[in-house]
Design a protein around this ligand. Structure first.
Ligand SMILES: Cc1cc2nc3c(=O)[nH]c(=O)nc-3n(C[C@H](O)[C@H](O)[C@H](O)COP(=O)(O)O)c2cc1C
Length: 176
């Protein structure tokens, strides 16, 4: 599958089969998550969550976990490393961009691996930290639900295209 085909097919899935993807597929997904551009060394941590009790607890605790995926991968940032490298901007901005890049690579890899993912961000950080046993200086940034989708997701919502400007805000790009 070409990368543009994967981009076209990429969707957030919310209905999955009960069994998780096989180990080889998960290893390739983890590879994709780690291969995304890294803001600074040592910031990104990935937690592969397959224990059904932990997945269940996360589903109960996170309002954004509105899917029935059998597992998830948490993308987390080491805030001490972020601060050492980039100060407060590292903590507030750089680490979150790093996690977003990792999530995007997973989303693009998923169609090529014939699996589905769904990004989850609606939660209380402290609660997710406690469930995953994260140290205080490691912040959960994104949970990616992972599984084998059972159904095609609903049609893409309208309004999900960016506004594209030429040179300065307010000049539509591509217009004559
Ligand atoms: C930053 C961000 C946060 C998101 N948070 C959630 C979430 O908490 N729960 C969820 O089900 N989907 C979440 N999504 C997925 C969006 O709802 C989804 O991308 C949107 O419905 C468009 O669907 P599509 O990606 O399949 O085209 C999030 C997406 C992004 C980019």
């Amino acid at each position: 599958m070409t990368v543009f085909e994967a981009m076209r097919r990429r969707r957030m899935h919310r209905q999955y089969r009960p069994e998780p993807p096989d180990q080889e597929t998960l290893e390739r997904l983890v590879y994709a998550a780690g291969r995304a551009q890294v803001a600074r060394p040592g910031i990104r941590h990935l937690i592969v969550i397959t224990d059904p009790r932990i997945v269940h607890t996360l589903r109960q605790a996170c309002p954004g976990f509105v899917n029935d995926a059998p597992m998830a991968i948490a993308i987390c940032s080491d805030l001490e490393r972020s601060e050492e490298e980039s100060g407060i901007r590292g903590v507030e901005v750089v680490s979150r961009l790093d996690a977003g890049a990792s999530a995007a690579f997973m989303a693009i890899a998923a169609p090529a691996l014939e699996i589905g993912v769904c990004k989850i961000t609606s939660w209380s950080e402290e609660v997710v930290q406690a469930i995953l046993g994260l140290p205080d200086h490691v912040r959960p940034e994104v949970l990616m639900a992972v599984g084998i989708p059972v159904a095609n997701p609903s049609k893409p919502l309208k309004g999900f295209q960016p506004s594209v400007h030429a040179d300065r805000f307010g000049h539509p790009w591509g217009a004559p």
